[in-house]
Design a protein around this ligand. Sequence first.
Ligand SMILES: NC(=O)c1ccc[n+]([C@@H]2O[C@H](COP(=O)([O-])OP(=O)(O)OC[C@H]3O[C@@H](n4cnc5c(N)ncnc54)[C@H](O)[C@@H]3O)[C@@H](O)[C@H]2O)c1
Length: 267
Amino acid sequence: MSNSFPQSLLVIGSGNMAGAMLRGWFARGLDPASVTVVDPSPRELPEGVRHLTTIDAGISAPDWLLLGIKPQMLRDVAPHLATLDLSNTLLVSMLAGVEIAGLRAAVPGVGAIARIMPNMAIGIGQSVTALFAETLDQAERDRIETLFAMLGTAEWLDDESQMHVVTALSGSGPAYLFRFLDALAKGAITLGMPEDQAARLALGMVRGSAELVLQSAETPAQLAERVASPAGTTRAALHVFDADDALDRLVADAMAAAAKRSVELGQ
Ligand SMILES: NC(=O)c1ccc[n+]([C@@H]2O[C@H](COP(=O)([O-])OP(=O)(O)OC[C@H]3O[C@@H](n4cnc5c(N)ncnc54)[C@H](O)[C@@H]3O)[C@@H](O)[C@H]2O)c1
C-alpha cells in the first residue's frame, strides 16, 4: 500500500466523482476501513467503508476530508462540519467555482485546504486533474500529487483564478467531446448511414485521432492540414468550420459561459 494515502479519510458526498476516486484508490491499496462516507444516497457505495447518512459529531478527526458534494450544497453541509475537530485535517475540495477563501469561510476550523479539478475520466484512471493550494508544505503537495496521479495525471496551478479556466476546459470538456461525437453520428445519419454504424465509426475515428495526436510530434492544427488534401473533401468541411471562425467562436463562447458559471458558483 502506498504510504501517501491518508490515515483516515472522511468523504462528504460520494456520487459520480468521489465514488470513482475511492474505487481507483482502493484498487491501488487504500484500505476501505480507513474511509468514512457521509452521503444520504451514495452511488454504488464501495464495500468495506463506514457509511453514515449525516455528519455525526462522533466522527473522529480525519486526516483528510474530501468534499464531493455539489457546490450549492456547501451552505447546508458547512454548519454540520463545524461540529467536528478538523484542526489537523486537510480539506480537499472538488467543488467547481468555490475558492479557497470561500471554503475557509465555510469551514473555518480546518487545518489546510487544497482544491482539485478532475474530470469524469477519473473513473477509468485517465483524468487530467488540476491542483491548487496556498499554504501547504512541499511534502503535503507531493502527497496530493501522488494520490491524484494514481487516477490519471495531476498538475499544480500557480494562480487560483486558472481553476475557472480548467473547469471550462478539462473539467467540463468531456461533455463537449461527447456532444461532438453525437453531432458527428447525427451528421452521418442525415447523410444516410444506419445509426449504430454511424456511432461506431464516429467513436473509432475520435479514438484513433486522439491516439495519433498523442503519438505525433505535430500539433492538432498541423495534423488537420495533413488530412485536408488540396480542394478535397476535408477542406470542403473545414471551410464550413472556418467561415467567420465559426468553430473557434462557438467553442470560445461555450467555454466563456462555463468559466462565468464557475465564478458564479463560488459566490
Ligand atoms: N461530474 C463531473 O464531471 C465533475 C468534474 C469535476 C468536478 N466536479 C465537482 O464534483 C462535485 C460532485 O459532482 P458529482 O458529479 O460527483 O455529483 P453527484 O451528484 O454524483 O454527487 C454528489 C453526492 O452528494 C451527495 N449529497 C447530497 N447532499 C448531501 C449532504 N447533505 N451530505 C452528504 N452528501 C450529500 C449526493 O447524494 C451525491 O451522492 C461537484 O462539486 C462538482 O462541481 C464534477
